[in-house]
Design a protein around this ligand. Sequence first.
Ligand SMILES: Nc1nc2c(ncn2[C@@H]2O[C@@H]3COP(=O)(O)O[C@H]3[C@H]2O)c(=O)[nH]1
Ligand SMILES: [Zn+2]
Length: 353
Amino acid sequence: MHKSINVTGLTLLCCRSSLQVSEEVREYLKTPMFDNWQWEEPEMLVLIQTMFEDLDFVSEFQMETRVLQNFLLEVHSHYNHIAFHNFHHCFCVTQMMYGLIWLTDLKTKLSRTDLLIMLTSALCHDLDHPGYNNVYQINAQTDLALRYNDISPLENHHCAVAFSIICKVRPGLVSPVYPGATSADLSTQGSGSSTPNSSHVTMCILATDMARHNEILNRFRAIQPTFDFTNKEHKEVLMKIMVKVSDISNEARPMSVAEPWLDCLLQEFFNQSDTEKLRGLPVTPFMDRDKVSKPSSQTNFIRFVLLPLFTELTKLFPCLEQHILEPVRRALEYYRELEKNAADLQSSTQTKT
Ligand SMILES: Nc1nc2c(ncn2[C@@H]2O[C@@H]3COP(=O)(O)O[C@H]3[C@H]2O)c(=O)[nH]1
Ligand SMILES: [Zn+2]
């Protein structure tokens, strides 16, 4: 299901476009206001390269431009042409992570290695997503479910694909993040007591399985009042939370950016539930086109998933209130209003008939 893309052409485009990232765009890229819909995929690759540069990864880890570009091209080619879990989603999650790093001033609180792990995890977190979720994988007894014994089959697969890509483009890019690296960087770039290794990227990607949402959020809630950036466990929970927040952050973006994302998500959801119906599998209720509407999908998701998660992160970083919490509250009001209008319309139609 990989895209057939002319890699040489894309590389050329990358190189050409990299000359054009203005100071203004670099600053805009650091905000949750960023509008992904205005950019083509080759431009997004250049923007991701810019993120690596502006977080000093390129200089700090002596990344060769060619190796970094090869890595990004491999990542790009391993996202599928599907409605939601595609390269645009990968870009948005990575860009939100990048924005959060700047907004929370994490550059002064975590090591460059930790930040590289977080950005790499965001980039790789949905690699080769087939457009059908874990429940489907398990119910349909797919190869992925069989391979991973029904345990986070998709997330384990995303990690496996990430590894295969990283091994392919090694050593330039991954030496600070992965074990077995010969680079002396490993000993100098480490974050205190924690030696960076592959398990950190795996840890972050596996944390995106929503089946583990409450477990991870509750742990963060418990440590949040006494949070200590030098505590290894605290830091790891924060890294997981940052990837999770970035992954489900569409509603923190301007409505003009967020709403088309919801259309994409529902398209993928409905496709899955249609397939479930066709194959006689249990139908996932929140994906069922006969039960779900745009407003009902969002009011529940915002109230029960987004607000509790974003509120907890905002306690640690109060500056995030205006950047992620307020837009999500506005989105809730917007969808509540739509839900109410739809209910009013339905009851007035019923009265007439
Ligand atoms: N209803 C709703 N679900 C979302 C939204 N963003 C993310 N999700 C869900 O959160 C999940 C995060 O992990 P997945 O990528 O597997 O699938 C995602 C969707 O099921 C959203 O804006 N609305
Ligand atoms: Zn995702």
